[in-house]
Design a protein around this ligand. Structure first.
Ligand code: NAD
Length: 544
């Protein structure tokens, strides 16, 4: 449709039991060109500033737990500013959380799926009502820019609405087989206690996605957020309690991954581990969770969504205006700290020089500054560890490849200028290992076959993109580019729930796509009940 009213699709999906009949609409982004929205965001940031210094700790069975140890969370844009303190759960707290979750399991499992879905819809409404408050916190806690922070809150809302309507469908038993005298029903049961371990880079969306999926399917949940984003996670916990999730259904355990995370992964009463994070930790979790511990009477289900080394191919006939803008945003949006971010751009020889010159100039124009300012396109990286790791990576490769661009970065925070290396060897560490920062490798190639070979040559398969005006090249990319999410003539980040179900394969992960039709099934065990109805002397109803 070329001439549709542009406002026609801008209504977000309404919550409620009948919503599954309607088309799903994503929560629309805020428009910060509107003065009122800018004022609200600035006010929300100021409100957070007035609350600095509080402690955010574990909540087990509805009660806050005081902890012996805590860590401070500083604002990565201004490291002299301490946002608050995170109370670190101990192994004893983790044990109590598992016991609480296990004891409440049967009750939660027998709560009708429609009631659980109603709670998700209520949570979506609360997240929406507190949009500015939650987005403002993200600019302070993890250094997300305004638009990105709003996008993260919108995605959390979408996850709740999408999984709630999915569960309403899944809860209906399905008749399988049509043999007279026999009724077989295919239905699902929850797995038990779900451990959710989340990363910091989509601090609300990824956590909410995993937690809401586990809960709506009837599992009780232990929520273990990343150390860097535990205040955002604590806000999610507050909202979940406010909308009425039972105290036994969800336990909040901020703490050190290698300590409480490790303890929980190995726990005999944990039935499912849903992890999103780095390859290193994900692989360790897979290994540990495969061991059956004394007293354990089930096999653990493990979902791991890991990293990427995502490439965009620039074909010889690509629209370079679009390609430059798409690559800049995909590589440097949120400082390259998205699992989907573009970190390799593979350019065909005939357009290499033209593309690279323009890419460098476009990158030079990006404003670097605090994420609390709407003017900043590039903010800080998340913490000192990330800052040191990324700086070292850049330094270590300065002698190996041409440093085509590196600008000045302001002081006072963990700022790193977007950095572009050109003529990078596609087999080098720079071009094959995930950096998770604003560092882009440009790789020169003769033709599309070679470009696809390079694109597929890493151990990851998360996102990928191609800019091309050739239907034959696009067709080849569709068939040969080994990625979970392929984007054609657009940037390769910004997946939306339902429209772009998200996730990878190879060493990028194991599991069905988040925000897609198969996701919830992973949190459930399918069962079939077959009844011989002949003995009662009648043909069963066909309506089941
Ligand atoms: P990370 O692996 O360092 O940490 C993730 C979580 O694991 C944190 O909560 C951490 O506390 C916990 N953890 C750490 N060690 C643990 C252990 N031994 N046992 C149990 N838990 C442990 O990752 P991160 O730095 O938070 O996130 C960045 C990574 O996540 C990147 O590699 C990125 O690509 C990936 N990621 C992937 C996706 C996806 O959908 N595929 C999405 C976002 C991020």
């Amino acid at each position: 449709v070329l001439l549709e009213d542009p406002s026609a699709n801008l209504v977000a999906s309404s919550a409620g039991p009948n919503s599954s009949d309607q088309q799903f609409f994503n929560e629309p982004p805020l428009d910060f060109a509107v003065l009122n929205n800018r004022e609200k965001m600035n006010q929300a940031i100021d409100q957070w500033r007035s609350k600095f210094g509080k402690t955010y700790g574990p909540v087990v069975n509805g009660s806050p737990i005081s902890t012996k140890r805590s860590i401070s969370r500083e604002n990565p844009s201004r490291t002299s500013e301490v946002l608050g303190h995170i109370g670190l759960a101990s192994v004893d707290d983790a044990e109590l959380a598992v016991r609480t979750a296990r004891d409440y399991s049967a009750k939660w499992q027998s709560t009708p799926a429609s009631e659980r879905a109603d709670l998700l819809d209520k949570l979506a409404e609360r997240l929406k009502a507190e949009k500015f408050h939650l987005a403002a916190l993200q600019t302070l806690e993890v250094g997300k820019g305004w638009q990105e922070a709003d996008g993260d809150v919108a995605e959390a809302i979408d996850f709740c609405r999408y999984y709630s309507r999915q569960m309403r469908e899944l809860a209906k038993p399905r008749r399988v087989g049509r043999a007279p005298g026999e009724v077989s029903l295919y239905h699902y049961q929850p797995r038990g206690v779900a451990l959710v371990i989340a990363p910091w880079n989509f601090p609300l969306a990824i956590l909410t996605g995993m937690v809401s999926a586990a809960l709506v399917t009837g599992n009780t949940v232990i929520m273990k957020p990343a150390e860097q984003s535990s205040i955002v996670a604590s806000e999610l916990m507050r909202l979940m309690m406010d909308v009425g999730f039972p105290q036994g259904a969800v336990q909040f355990l901020p703490g050190l991954g290698e300590e409480v995370g490790d303890y929980l992964v190995k726990h005999k009463d944990v039935a499912i581990v849903s992890f999103t994070g780095s390859k290193k930790v994900g692989l360790e979790i897979l290994e540990k969770a495969s061991v059956v511990r004394p007293g354990q009477t089930h096999l653990k289900k493990v979902l791991v969504e890991l990293g990427g080394k995502n490439a965009i191919i620039i074909d010889s006939d690509a629209d370079l205006d679009e390609a430059v803008a798409g690559v800049v945003y995909s590589a440097f949006g949120f400082q390259g700290q998205k699992c989907s971010a573009c970190s390799r751009v593979i350019v065909l020889e005939s357009v290499y020089d033209r593309f690279t010159t323009r890419l460098v100039e476009a990158t030079r124009s990006l404003h670097i500054g605090p994420s609390t300012s709407p003017r900043s396109y590039v903010g800080p990286v998340v913490d000192k560890e990330a800052f040191d790791r990324i700086q070292n990576t850049i330094m270590n490769h300065e002698a190996d490849f041409k440093l085509a661009y590196r600008g000045e970065a302001p002081g006072g925070g963990y700022f790193i200028s977007p950095t572009i290396f050109t003529d990078v060897d596609p087999a080098s560490a720079l071009a094959t290992q995930e950096i998770f920062g604003p560092v882009l490798s440009v790789i020169r190639t003769q033709d599309l076959s070679h470009a696809l070979k390079i694109a597929n040559s890493t151990e990851y398969a998360l996102t990928g993109g191609i800019y091309s005006r050739s239907p034959a090249s696009i067709e080849r990319a569709k068939n040969e580019f080994e990625v979970g999410n392929l984007y054609i003539n657009r940037g390769n980040t910004g997946a939306l729930v339902e429209r772009h179900p998200f996730g990878g394969f190879k060493l990028s992960g194991l599991g069905s796509k988040a925000g897609g039709p198969d996701y919830l099934l992973q949190f459930l065990e399918p069962r079939v009940t077959t009844e011989n109805t002949m003995r009662r002397g009648f043909i069963p109803s066909e309506e089941v």
